[in-house]
Design a binder for this molecule. Structure first.
Ligand SMILES: Nc1nc2c(ncn2[C@@H]2O[C@H](COP(=O)(O)OP(=O)(O)OP(=O)(O)O)[C@@H](O)[C@H]2O)c(=O)[nH]1
Ligand SMILES: [Mg+2]
Length: 187
């Protein structure tokens, strides 16, 4: 936590289970291919990586949770880092909680929602990898996610469905994040 950059910029965090597509989504949003390192193997992002956009907004790519194969001590370290970050980052405006649209919210996602609700950190649910589902299956996950969300005090009352492969949901997410960015300096 001591090594994190100190900044006044509004910050958006990308959290979620390992391999859900956090780093890929940051790349897709910023139109870059590999600004954030991605991998087919879960557990790629092991530190918090910050991306400053045009001096207006900071994006934070968090290590994933729920990666059972990593050594237990490492998993504990990542979890503690992410928890401390989410609770103690003063400029954090929104946490994007990414959930794989094929699976829907799992136990570990619910645990993170509990922690975010408790800390009153506003979060937005994003269902990722929509390109991998048929429309009916996607509608089912959306419905079940809405069900979970409506009982959660800190959840933003909207679900975004996204795909970093085909660009699904990126415009709406961009406009949402733009709304949280600092307005341009006037002088
Ligand atoms: N089909 C499809 N694959 C995706 C999408 N987003 C990510 N992937 C793939 O999913 C894998 C994991 O992506 P990452 O972006 O590295 O996932 P992460 O959440 O950052 O993972 P950790 O850093 O381990 O926590 C990669 O093989 C990506 O190519 C998507 O929208 N559609
Ligand atoms: Mg990553």
């Amino acid at each position: 936590m001591d090594g994190l950059p100190i900044t006044k910029l509004p910050e958006i965090a990308f959290a979620g289970r390992s391999n859900v597509g956090k780093s890929s989504l940051i790349n897709a949003l910023t139109n870059r291919t590999d600004i954030a390192r991605t991998s087919r193997t879960p557990g790629r992002t092991r530190e918090i990586n910050f991306f400053k956009l045009n001096d207006r907004l900071m994006l934070a790519d968090l290590p994933g949770f729920g990666y059972a194969k990593a050594p237990k001590t490492l998993v504990k370290q990542w979890t503690r880092l992410v928890e401390t970050y989410l609770r103690g980052r003063p400029n954090l405006r929104r946490t994007c909680l990414l959930i794989d649209a094929r699976r829907g919210a799992m136990k570990s996602d619910i645990a993170v929602m509990d922690a975010l609700d408790e800390a009153a950190v506003s979060y937005l649910i994003i269902l990722t990898k929509s390109d991998k589902l048929k429309p009916e299956a996607l509608s089912r996950t959306i419905a079940s996610s809405e069900n979970i969300l409506c009982k959660r005090p800190a959840a933003f009352p909207m679900i975004i469905v996204s795909s970093s492969k085909n660009g699904d949901g990126l415009p709406v997410l961009r406009s949402h994040l733009t709304g949280l960015a600092e307005s341009a300096p006037t002088d």
